[in-house]
Each structure stands twice: as structure tokens, then as C-alpha cells.
Design a protein around this ligand. Structure first.
Ligand code: NAD
Length: 275
């Protein structure tokens, strides 16, 4: 099988382009799901404090017996823990649950602009990074004005912004801002929570390549230079979603998928409003 691909973050570390997302994976199921993914070749796992499964994720990582330095583990700070003091405490709790000495990436899960604490929180993440307990730090669900404020007030550019991104919601202006500032775009719900599997255009392209619609969608993310974190608890789908490094979409197919963009395609909440 072809090698998985990586993207270099602005602080010099590499993130695998495909990782396993574990939102809505029960803590008791997480060990076997995470182990199945690592056994299938995944080296990146995306969890969050709010998912309630950091303990299970940590157990899965240990069960897989892959050297820690080969793995890329992401977790996130929940909305009610913004502010420096709370952030330090929440981060310690996450590491303890994961039973890890460090995470590879720590993200502010949502900007929660109404609380107006994301700049202070971002500064706290810098201290965590300096302590070596997070190799890289970034954000999630930050819109352009939130990023502009963060960069303007601190001078520090996030390594990554993890945002809702799939063929029906492509966030072009947001991505262009990321590219200008050397912020990696990470796609959450890269399969549109299953909606892309029902799209006839993607199904047609999949048929031509002898692949599944999920694999075509993931290929679209990879060839656009995104990181994607598809979620599945089904072992065969976990394997399928990782078998995406040995074929390529043509420029024409990439273009066709780009036409599926729909400004009403957002599934999740608007980050300006979410608390
Ligand atoms: P997704 O787009 O990954 O879709 C997952 C669903 O698609 C699964 O429940 C499964 O039913 C189906 N599926 C997966 N692989 C399939 C396959 N090969 N064939 C057929 N069906 C398949 O959606 P998601 O779980 O919302 O997003 C993925 C990850 O993104 C999450 O687990 C989480 O880690 C992250 N996420 C982050 C945020 C954020 O605010 N930062 C928000 C949502 C999700």
C-alpha cells in the first residue's frame, strides 16, 4: 500500500493527512476503535475533552504498541474552560486522562466570541507549548475576524485551524486566508457526516476509479492540501478510509467536486454564535 502523506506545520512538525476522528465514540468503545485504526496504519487521532473519551483513546494508543513518537495525538480545550487559569487546568486533566506526557496538537475548540477570552486562552496555549507538553498549538472553528484578532494582538499564527469542510461546504475565503498566513486547514466532518456518500457526482467518480465515495471525498481533501479526520467505528470502514494513498483524482474530477459547494451546506453551528 502507498505511504500516507504528511503536511508540515508552521512550527516545523509534520501531521499525517488522514487521522481518525472520535467524536461520538463512546469511551468504552474507544480503545478498540483507536487500536483498529492504528493497526490499519493510522498514526493520527483527533479527540477532545468534550468527547468524553480521552481515557479510552489513551488506552487504545497503549494497546496498539506503536512507539509514541510515531503517533500524532490531538485534543481540544472545551468552551467553558477559556481563560488562562482554566486552560492550564483543563490541559492537565486531558493529559492525565490520555495518560500521555505530551500531545502533538492542542486546539481551542471554538472561539466562543461572546465570552471574549480567546486571546488570553491563546496566550496560555503558548505557555503550554513552551513547556513541551504540546508540540504544536492551534485553533478550531475560528473565522477570519477571530484569526485576525488573534494574530493582531499576539503576533502568533496558529499552526492549524480545524473547521467544518466537505464537498458541500468548502469555505473558500477562509481557506485562502489560511494559505496566506501559512495556517494548515484541517477538515472536520470531511465526509459531511455521511452526506457525501449519497452524492451522485461523487458516486460516478468513485465508480470510474473502482473506489468508494468516501475514498473519493477523502482524496479530494488530500489533493487540496487539507488534513482530514474521518470518523468511523466500523473496522472495515476504518480501513477503507485509510486506503486513499494509492490513487489520484484528475484535475477535471477535482474541479467537478468543487462545483458541489453550497453556501447552505453547513451542518454544524455558526462559530460566531456557538457557546
Ligand atoms: P464524518 O464526516 O467523518 O462522517 C462520519 C460518519 O460517516 C460516520 O458516523 C459514519 O456513519 C459515516 N462513514 C464514515 N466512513 C464511512 C465509509 N467509509 N462509508 C460509509 N459511511 C462512512 O463526520 P464527523 O464524525 O462529524 O467528523 C469527523 C471528526 O471531525 C469527528 O470525529 C471529530 O474528531 C472531528 N470534529 C470536530 C469538530 C470541531 O468542532 N472541531 C466538530 C465535528 C467533528
Amino acid at each position: 500500500m502507498a505511504q500516507q502523506t504528511h503536511i508540515r506545520l508552521n512550527d516545523g512538525i509534520d501531521i499525517p493527512q488522514i487521522g481518525l476522528g472520535v467524536w461520538q465514540v463512546e469511551n468504552r468503545d474507544a480503545p478498540k476503535v483507536v487500536k483498529a485504526a492504528i493497526d490499519a496504519g493510522y498514526r493520527s487521532i483527533d479527540t477532545a475533552a468534550i468527547y468524553g473519551n480521552e481515557e479510552g483513546v489513551g488506552a487504545g494508543i497503549r494497546a496498539a504498541r506503536v512507539p509514541r513518537e510515531q503517533l500524532f495525538v490531538t485534543t481540544k480545550l472545551w468552551n467553558d474552560r477559556h481563560g488562562a487559569k482554566n486552560t492550564f487546568k483543563a490541559f492537565d486533566e486531558s493529559l492525565k486522562k490520555l495518560q500521555l506526557a505530551y500531545v502533538d496538537l492542542y486546539l481551542i475548540h471554538w472561539p466562543t466570541p461572546r465570552a471574549n477570552l480567546y486571546v488570553e486562552t491563546w496566550q496560555a496555549l503558548q505557555e503550554i507549548k513552551q513547556s513541551g507538553r504540546a508540540k504544536a498549538v492551534g485553533v478550531s472553528n475560528f473565522k477570519v475576524p477571530h484569526l485576525e484578532r488573534l494574530i493582531g494582538e499576539t503576533g502568533i499564527v496558529p499552526a492549524i485551524n480545524q473547521i467544518e469542510l466537505h464537498p458541500r461546504f468548502q469555505q473558500k475565503a477562509q481557506r485562502e486566508f489560511h494559505a496566506r498566513h501559512n495556517i494548515v486547514t484541517e477538515s472536520w466532518s470531511p465526509l459531511g457526516q455521511g452526506r457525501v456518500m449519497k452524492d451522485p457526482l461523487i458516486a460516478g467518480i468513485a465508480q470510474k476509479h473502482g473506489r468508494t465515495p468516501a475514498q473519493v471525498a477523502l482524496r479530494w481533501h488530500i489533493q487540496n492540501g487539507f488534513v482530514a479526520i474521518p470518523k468511523s467505528v466500523t473496522p472495515s470502514r476504518i480501513v477503507e478510509n485509510f486506503q486513499v494513498f494509492d490513487f489520484e483524482l484528475t484535475e477535471d474530477e477535482m474541479e467537478k467536486i468543487t462545483t458541489l459547494d453550497n453556501n447552505r451546506g453547513r451542518i454544524g453551528p455558526d462559530p460566531d454564535l456557538f457557546t
